[in-house]
Ligand binder design. Structure first.
Ligand SMILES: C[S@@+](CC[C@H](N)C(=O)[O-])C[C@H]1O[C@@H](n2cnc3c(N)ncnc32)[C@H](O)[C@@H]1O
Length: 246
């Protein structure tokens, strides 16, 4: 498997399920990931259009590399998610949390899959997106969700009560991925892991989780199938490492 080492982690380029199966168990303090949603339409043909058309605001001109693995129907999405979430459970230490991004359409599927994989479902966190596109005559879809699961009894690392709702606009200037998440949001979510934690993200995309780990003194294990996104993530992490040294 293609692998790159960084000061604070490792990036594997390849298929998440195959790579997770090769890694040893009980090594991860937190799973934090944003899988391809296979969403964005009311029927199968609408969901199988180009992800750039499904997930980008109308009129956005920027072109991103294609996002892979976004074409599953509902049954195969649940089965596949149960498989990789089960591997994440094996890699996690007892007491670890699992945080998985989802949109409203895939929320029921992913809350089923996370439990089928062995995690105890602990709750839902809301990411409020104030710059979401409008839905004229209907309700604005201005939230995505983070499903929280735990392995065995949750291990807490502070006495602080964390918020259940986070409001962050995605700054287009910081986007290197079609469906990038804000680094500030991911940094906030890392608060459920101990300082120095090892964080697993099997769908690293443009490297947001790795950046958040770097900025908070944590280590990451990242996997990304697309060679283009793996290269973009690697360049972004190397640049941040250099900036920290200077
Ligand atoms: C929603 S994006 C993650 C974006 C990321 N959170 C960011 O902020 O840049 C999901 C990523 O998973 C990758 N992917 C799809 N199928 C995969 C697989 N089987 N194994 C590993 N990565 C995969 C896609 O190429 C895509 O980059």
């Amino acid at each position: 498997m293609a692998q790159q080492l960084f000061d604070n982690g490792t990036l594997y380029q390849g298929d998440a399920l195959s790579i997770l199966r090769e890694l040893p168990g009980d090594v991860v303090d937190l799973v934090l990931t944003d899988p391809p949603y296979s969403s964005g339409g009311l029927n199968l043909s609408a969901r199988q259009v180009n992800p750039a058309a499904k997930y980008q605001n109308t009129g956005t001109r920027r072109v991103y590399p294609p996002m892979l693995g976004d074409l599953k129907d509902q049954r195969s999405f649940v089965m596949w998610a149960s498989l990789w979430l089960g591997e994440c459970w094996r890699l996690a230490r007892a007491g670890a949390s699992c945080l998985v991004f989802s949109d409203w359409r895939q929320l029921p599927a992913l809350t089923d899959a996370i439990q089928a994989a062995g995690w105890a479902w602990k709750g839902i966190i809301v990411w409020h997106k104030p710059n979401a596109r409008p839905s004229l005559g209907s309700f604005r879809h201005d939230a995505e969700f983070v499903i929280h699961g735990v392995k065995d009894r949750m291990q807490t690392h502070s006495h602080q009560c964390l918020p259940g709702v986070f409001t962050y606009a995605m700054d287009p200037r910081q986007k290197v991925h079609l469906t990038a998440k804000p680094v500030r949001l991911v940094k906030d979510l890392l608060a459920v892991s101990p300082e120095g934690a090892t964080v697993l993200d099997p769908f690293l995309g443009g490297g947001t989780t790795a950046m958040a780990c770097l900025e908070t003194g944590r280590r990451f294990i990242g996997v990304e199938l697309s060679t283009e996104y793996a290269a973009l993530a690697a360049a972004r992490i190397r640049a941040a490492e250099e900036a920290l040294k200077n």
